[in-house]
Write a protein that binds this ligand. Structure first.
Ligand code: N01
Length: 530
């Protein structure tokens, strides 16, 4: 048997990778994480664009595994800005001395299961190979930036910025003519800030998106004190809610509620702000009639905010609300009332190419000093498939996932023994509050490894049947939702050649946790332990 350098190799040192390292250390196992960035933080390390902030309330977007940690950390705003979240990640790394087990500036390029040695051989971009018994992918769901396939992109003589690979130095747009391409959450957050500096800002919109105001504000000390005094109960309650996020979700149906009452609930939720706007009724994402009420409500809001009627109409999405992920903004629609901000609708007349001076569209070159690409991610599977992962008999993960990702409970793949995926495809991941979902996932897999050790097993592997059943279940529950009817990054619709499969598990966190618990209670049903 070949020598194993570590018990476990982890890919990524974001919130998932960091917690894994902490858990493995507590279990007395040796672990090494490889991280492409030069520090911890994952998403919050890369996405440094102006205006980047979390859109889950910060009191809930934090680790809960350590009581002292959650008591000592202070969030300054309702929705914390990226630099503060990155500081939090760095604080956690310091507090638990995690960096000594992380090799930064290192990309994992290949991971091959060795059938004879029964371990994983990991190749990194420094040319080195490392072996481990277990291999855990903590690569995040939105980590592979989608550099758009626009001709001439490299010809531009001005400054090009990619939101998912933002420079570490401050970027000053003062006095510049700036273009932003994209109108997702990232574009909405960044353009509001860029407009505050730039001489002119032009937003290129291919598809309009629904956005709910954030109503961000400084943290209320009384709210913080209440939260900190009641963390155990509040965290436990959040786990019983669909998205793992505390809020008042209602089981009522909008279609069975008087229209004025539905409007009043939507108005109250609009005033409250944030991602749970649709949570007042259970049918918003399941019944077209309910969805149209909410979509019309937001369209009316857009028309009431944006002064120029033509721009307002262009900003009004015609799609299902919540089909693509809702955006949460801090003044996006209002920004279009500024005289130096304009919207260019490229739905009918797309960008032809980038030229040295700017953007060619409709036979005309619009000149810019800087172009910001806020063009999204090769979501959920992108970061897995950029690594040459091979399981038993050299089978490539990209072949196994040719028709879309296949996992068992979002954490294991048949034919890829001792490999785990944190918040992988087939888990609720991006449909939930990511931090508690990460913790749940990490705790489940580390407990599984601990059980193996106690039972003196060397291998844990999902069976092909269990995987097939889970994939069928994930697809079946997705079919019921209006979300599956819209092209989005949830279903690969934003990337040309991706299989069209709804990737996250849409059944909600409580149902998912129940399923994972049942697997354990039934002696790891669906897994073979050898
Ligand atoms: O990416 P997106 P994002 N030419 O895919 C356009 C999370 N997030 O980075 O819709 C022109 O939503 C594309 O157009 P279209 C959050 O989960 C969280 O904004 O494909 N345009 C779209 O408008 C979010 O949902 C926070 O027609 C092109 C945009 O680019 C997820 O990340 C903050 C194009 C991409 O929008 C992704 O958001 C930010 C092209 N060639 C993000 N290619 C928090 O607050 C793409 N587009 C936690």
């Amino acid at each position: 048997m070949d020598h194993e350098d570590f018990d476990v190799i982890v890919v990524g040192a974001g919130f998932a990778g960091m917690y894994l390292l902490h858990r493995f250390r507590q279990m007395g196992m040796t672990a090494r994480a490889f991280e492409t960035g030069s520090d911890v933080g994952g998403t919050w390390y890369w996405n440094r664009y102006p205006g980047a902030r979390v859109d889950v309330e910060s009191m809930q977007y934090s680790y809960q595994f350590d009581e002292e940690l959650q008591q000592e950390w202070e969030w300054s705003e309702r929705y914390s800005p990226q630099p503060e979240i990155l500081r939090y990640a760095q604080h956690v790394a310091d507090r638990f001395d995690l960096r000594r087990d992380i090799q930064f500036n290192t990309r994992v390029v290949a991971a091959h299961f060795d059938d004879q040695a029964v371990n994983w051989k990991i190749t990194t971009d420094d040319g080195k190979q490392t072996r481990s018994r277990f291999f855990v992918l903590a690569v995040g769901c939105l980590s592979s930036f989608n550099k758009p396939d626009i001709p001439g992109l490299d010809d531009f003589s001005g400054n090009s910025y990619f939101t998912g690979q933002w420079p570490h130095r401050p970027v000053d747009f003062s006095g510049q003519d700036v273009a932003v391409i994209g109108t997702g959450s990232t574009a909405m957050q960044s353009s509001v800030e860029i407009a505050k500096q730039a001489k002119s800002l032009t937003v290129f919109q291919r598809t309009p998106n629904f956005s709910i105001p954030a109503h961000n504000r400084p943290q209320d000390p009384e709210y913080v004190a209440y939260f900190k005094a009641n963390y155990p109960e509040l965290r436990a309650k959040a786990k019983t809610v669909y998205g793992g996020l505390l809020d008042d979700f209602d089981e009522r149906l909008a279609v069975e509620t008087p229209r004025e009452e539905v409007e009043a609930v939507l108005e109250a939720r609009w005033k409250k702000g944030g991602l749970t706007f649709l949570g007042g009724f259970a049918d918003m994402l399941y019944d077209h009639r309910a969805n149209i009420i909410a979509a019309d409500f937001v369209r009316d809001k857009i028309r009431s905010i944006v002064e120029d009627p033509e721009t307002a109409e262009l900003l009004c999405p015609t799609n299902i609300i919540g089909g693509k992920r809702l955006c949460v903004d801090s003044g996006y629609y209002k920004m279009f009332n500024l005289p130096h901000v304009q919207l260019v609708d490229i739905a009918g007349t797309p960008i032809e190419r980038i030229t040295p001076e700017g953007i060619l569209r409709g036979g005309e070159v619009l000149k810019f000093d800087s172009i910001v690409y806020a063009t999204g991610f090769d979501a959920i599977t992108g970061s897995y498939l950029r690594i040459d992962i091979r399981g038993r008999n050299g089978r490539a993960l990209k072949d196994h996932w040719e028709g879309g990702p296949r996992t068992y409970i979002g954490m294991a793949v048949a034919g890829f023994p001792n490999m785990f995926t944190v918040t992988g495809p087939g888990s609720p991941s991006v449909l939930t509050n990511m931090l508690p979902s990460i913790e749940m996932s990490v705790e489940w897999m580390t407990e599984a490894i601990d059980t193996m050790r106690r039972k003196q097993k060397r291998v844990i592997e999902a069976t092909p049947q269990a995987e097939a059943d889970w994939v069928a279940h994930v697809n079946e529950v997705a079919q019921g939702s209006l979300r599956s009817t819209v092209k989005s990054w949830y279903n690969g619709g934003n990337i040309g050649d991706k299989p069209s499969v709804f990737m996250p598990y849409i059944g909600g966190l409580p149902a998912y946790v129940r399923k994972c618990d049942e697997v354990v209670e039934n002696d790891y049903r669906g897994f073979e332990l050898l």
